[in-house]
Design a protein around this ligand. Structure first.
Ligand SMILES: *Cc1c(COP(=O)(O)O)cnc(C)c1O
Length: 358
């Protein structure tokens, strides 16, 4: 029979990352901290002796050990992926059967809906409140009424930067029958993680990543933490050699560097809070920045009808942020980068102010 590419794939548009060189990159929620010369030296020495001719450890056991020690979870309950992207894909492809229906919130991480369409999993969008928060009782009724059996969401949320408290997520677990996939990519910047409860729930998978607070977006390492039976299934379903030996070496080493991790998490959080306050002050001066959301993450979400113009003008000034319809998403940079962003943004807003759109 003649093969044709399925429509669901033909209609997909390849992910288009921002092209070009920009002096300041605040568009992808990465860490602005790069590894120190000492960390680099240490890694370099380790690389020399890696057995490059052998397949890597399929379960990345040493990486699991370092991760588990830092986050104080049982290493047996950790599965390592080639970025959490791979694990998200795995959950949609392997864990969703013919009778399952996935529930995602809007707005939330766009990969969830993309994976649903790639893997042909029926998907329902659970509405958020107009202020972009989740009203958990409403969400629970919606999930139960629509017979949703898998719920995936990021907490705190990318892109809204808003978090849902632990008690609310526990309520969701207790009042629905669904598998809850809780993406805690940004939880290192907030204190409402459910990692310590992982063994109490048999329908909970928590996703973590090295790409944000840990500062290792380049090595593609992410984690799924779940109870014993979900973990066995995750390990069975994943590609056997999904995380290469170089990434394993880096992840293991950096996840064991507790001092570095604590410093990075504290520093990024402090810079983000500072930027959040400055942007709120700017919004008072220029109300065309309609809402500056209070951030529980390492980025700020802003609602403004000028989103596209501001984004384009910042690009011209070699500052990249993320433009999303009526919204802008700005990852925190270091002090200098944040300061430059604010100065340029103020100049742009002043221009519009002159034109009477204040
Ligand atoms: C950045 C991000 C991730 C991380 O994906 P990786 O594949 O681990 O880099 C996962 N979930 C959300 C919501 C994110 O914003």
């Amino acid at each position: 029979m003649r093969y044709t590419i399925p429509d669901k794939i033909k209609q997909l548009v390849p992910y288009q990352p921002l092209e070009g060189d920009y002096q300041i990159r605040l568009d992808a929620n990465e860490s602005y901290i790069s590894l120190s010369p000492i960390q680099r030296q240490k890694l370099q020495e380790q690389f020399v002796n890696l057995p490059f001719h052998r397949y890597p450890d399929p379960y990345a056991k040493q990486v699991c050990q370092s991760f588990a020690a830092f986050y104080q979870v049982n290493p047996e309950l950790v599965t390592v992926g080639n970025g959490s992207d791979e694990l998200i894909g795995l959950i949609f492809s392997a864990f969703c059967g013919d009778n399952d229906k996935v529930g995602v919130f809007a707005h939330d991480f766009s990969m969830y809906q993309i994976d649903c369409s790639i893997f042909g999993v029926p998907c329902e969008v659970i509405p958020k409140q107009p202020d972009l928060t989740i009203q958990m009782d409403h969400a629970i009724s919606y999930i139960n009424q629509h017979q949703i059996s898998v719920v995936v969401f990021s907490n705190p949320c990318n892109p809204t930067s808003l978090g849902v408290k632990r008690e609310e997520v526990i309520k969701l677990l207790n009042k629905t029958q669904a598998l809850i996939v809780l993406d805690e990519a940004y939880m290192d910047f907030w204190d409402q993680s459910l990692l310590d409860k992982i063994e109490e729930f048999d329908r909970l998978i928590i996703l973590k990543t090295c790409s944000k607070a840990i500062g290792l977006a380049g090595i593609r390492v992410g984690f799924a933490v779940a109870n014993q039976s979900l973990t066995v299934a995750l390990k069975a379903a994943k590609p056997p050699y999904n995380v290469n030996c170089i990434s394993q070496e880096i992840a293991k080493t950096i996840l064991s560097d507790k001092e570095y991790l604590m410093m990075a998490m504290q520093q990024i959080t402090a810079h983000c809070k500072w930027l959040n306050r400055q942007l709120e002050a700017l919004a008072k001066e220029y109300p065309i920045l309609e809402v500056v959301y209070p951030s529980d993450t390492n980025f700020i979400f802003i609602k403004t009808p000028l989103a596209k113009d501001i984004w384009e003008q910042l690009l011209k000034r070699s500052i990249a942020i993320r433009y999303m319809g009526d919204y802008l998403r700005i990852s925190t940079g270091n002090e200098q980068e944040n300061q430059t962003l604010l100065t340029e943004l103020k100049q742009i807003l002043e221009q519009y102010h002159g034109e009477g759109v204040r």
